[in-house]
Ligand binder design. Structure first.
Ligand code: ASP
Length: 608
């Protein structure tokens, strides 16, 4: 028997027992004739004491960091207790030991605060995974996995696997493709998600499906994306949006309870996409704090509740505001006392290329009731007060204003709001706030292709009272500059996103389930009939055989874990992640293949 106990298990109650332990050597400390070793395994660390009688053997067979050893000994009380670890009151008085395997000196220390840089840790990920910090993340991931499976099982969902080798139908991201040796010149694609399969399963009558499943997208990898990532993919039959929202906010609440012991009793808030964009400049707002965006002027808003307050800023002779497409403000609580240096720093912050603003205007709402601004020259104190009031500022607040092109300015104010939320400690790791964002636009205008693309995906249904608009209007866009005036830009989708602390953790929709409407949708996206049949004939065909109404959602599993773990990086929660260039530096993949493989695949490389 290799071991009687783990390295995390023994306590004072075990004193006097003889045990056998096996594990990795964390540290070796020699004090005169005595040697202390910390022995580590997945469960913890136990201190070993090698007395004088073992010195000769230790000299003959020295042990070093990360050696795998086995020891036999007696559990004894420690004179020098370490109450920071659960096994800290005991040690093992070793009577015999054997080295099961040696270790080369590891390239970095296997400790919480390691000296290994990112690249080194990834190259030796099997060593990095020995570190407690990484292990904790994987344990959390497993806890989330178990919690999800329990909830889904209790709610009658069936886990059904779907294939990885499928047909390439790129829409949105690029597909990863896999050549087929048996069908030379032909390729499979790896699924970007099991979307069409789960819909087919609904047609087949498996009315509650889920899967914790790998998805593959060949995208340019922005900071925290992975080319292969995991979704909790779900689909239900005979449901309306409300059913889905209830079922899946239940899932996330259950995960909060099981994994974090948090009772999320608050009602999950809901907001339309339009309100999210206008009140936060962003379709996944962090609602743990206020600081809502005020539109001082806007070129675009049509309908809706929020009115721009253009009259407060226009016509004062301040060209930047007068000529801007949009002017947006936030009131930052308690920051009226910012020094010149601080406001200058914020100005530089918004001028960085990632944000791309020309400048930043501020209004200080001083506690003595006066108003001081960087544009005093143009605006009277009453005007400044009126703007500050409209932005919801109170005495002591700092109003920040940016101006420019609609889309960029909106993003800038949203980024600024998030940055200040972080700096002011308003985005707390241990506070969780869920939000459903609803009523997304069905279409987005793709400027480079001059056509409509599906904002979610082409299987998403329009709101019932918008179907007519879709059917009765020609999708063609005559004047690209005026695409917002096309009726399609007002069509809303039966789509929803679940947002947690400013991150989209899940998104889905109620689907189209009638062949004719699905065909109209493909046509609206500029697909010819032949192309639609070629790509999605199987689905259109299935819709003719009793397809039931259905809808679903998919959660980003890696992201959910990282938020629950209080980390910004999903990589920390993936056992073997890829780096920012999509490489596995441990395997050195992707890599070239043998000539023989090329030959079998009948593929010739042809790039300059
Ligand atoms: N398949 C969708 C996605 O990956 C999610 C859904 O609509 O269920 O975004």
């Amino acid at each position: 028997m290799y071991r009687t106990n783990t390295c995390g298990e023994l306590r004072k109650e075990n004193i006097g027992t003889t045990v056998t332990l096996a594990g990795w050597v964390q540290t070796v400390r020699k004090f005169g004739a005595i040697t202390f070793v910390d022995l580590r395994d997945r469960y913890g660390i136990t201190q070993l004491l090698f007395g004088e009688s073992l010195n000769t053997k230790l000299e003959e067979q020295p042990i070093g960091r990360e050696y795998v050893i086995q020891v036999v000994g007696t559990v004894t009380e420690r004179s020098n207790k370490n109450l920071h670890i659960p096994t800290g009151e005991i040690e093992i008085n070793v009577t015999s030991f054997s080295i099961l395997n040696k270790s080369a000196v590891p390239p970095f220390t296997i400790q919480d605060d390691t000296d290994g840089g990112d690249d080194l840790r990834m190259k030796y990920r099997f060593l990095d995974l020995r570190r407690n910090a990484v292990k904790k993340n994987l344990e959390l991931r497993y806890a989330v996995n178990r919690s999800v499976r329990n909830y889904m099982h209790e709610n009658l969902f069936m886990d059904i696997e779907t294939p990885f080798l499928i047909k390439s139908t790129p829409e949105g991201a690029r597909d990863f493709v896999v050549p087929s040796r048996m069908n030379p010149g032909q390729f499979y694609a790896l699924p970007q998600s099991p979307q069409t399969f789960k819909q087919l399963l609904m047609v087949s009558g498996y009315d509650r499906y889920y899967q914790i499943v790998k998805c593959f997208r060949d995208e340019d990898l922005r900071a925290d994306r992975q080319p292969e990532f995991t979704q909790i993919d779900c689909e239900m039959t005979f449901v309306e949006q409300e059913d889905i929202l209830n079922m899946f906010e239940g899932l996330v609440k259950r995960v909060f309870k099981d994994v974090k012991n948090i009772d999320y009793t608050d009602r999950v808030e809901r907001m339309t996409w339009e309100d999210a964009m206008w009140q936060y400049g962003n379709d996944k707002p962090d609602i743990r704090y206020g600081m809502q965006v005020l539109n001082l002027k806007s070129a675009f808003r049509k309908g809706g509740k929020i009115t721009a307050t253009g009259d407060l800023i226009n016509g004062a002779g301040f060209g930047v505001f007068d000529n801007a497409e949009t002017v947006l403000a936030i009131a930052v609580p308690g920051c009226a006392e910012y020094t010149r240096k601080q406001t200058d720093e914020l100005t530089e912050w918004v001028k960085r290329p990632q944000i791309g603003m020309q400048g930043l205007v501020y209004i200080k709402c001083n506690v003595d009731g006066t108003y001081k601004s960087s544009v005093d020259k143009f605006y009277s104190e009453e005007k400044l007060k009126a703007i500050a009031d409209a932005a919801g500022a109170v005495a002591g607040d700092l109003v920040l204003i940016v101006a420019g092109r609609e889309e960029r300015t909106r993003k800038a104010i949203s980024d600024l709001r998030l940055e200040l939320g972080k700096r002011l400690g308003l985005r707390k790791d241990n506070e969780f706030k869920l939000l459903w964002v609803l009523d997304f636009p069905l279409f987005e205008y793709a400027e480079d292709e001059n056509r409509w693309v599906a904002r979610h995906h082409p299987f998403t249904s329009p709101k019932p009272d918008h179907i007519e608009v879709m059917i009765n209007n020609n999708p063609a866009i005559e004047n690209a500059d005026k695409y917002l005036e096309h009726p399609y830009s007002n069509i809303k989708a039966n789509a929803y996103d679940l947002v947690l602390n400013g991150n989209e953790i899940g998104g889905g929709s109620i689907r189209i389930y009638q062949r004719s409407l699905q065909e109209k949708m493909f046509a609206a996206l500029g697909m010819s009939e032949e192309e639609a049949l070629h790509k999605f004939g199987f689905l259109l065909g299935a819709f003719e055989y009793g397809a039931p109404p259905h809808g679903g959602i998919a959660f980003g599993f890696d992201r959910l874990c990282s938020i629950l773990g209080g980390s910004e990086s999903i990589r920390d929660f993936i056992a073997f992640p890829k780096n920012n260039s999509g490489r596995d530096v441990m395997l050195d993949a992707p890599s070239t293949i043998d000539d023989k493989q090329f030959e079998e695949l009948q593929i010739k490389l042809n790039f300059k």
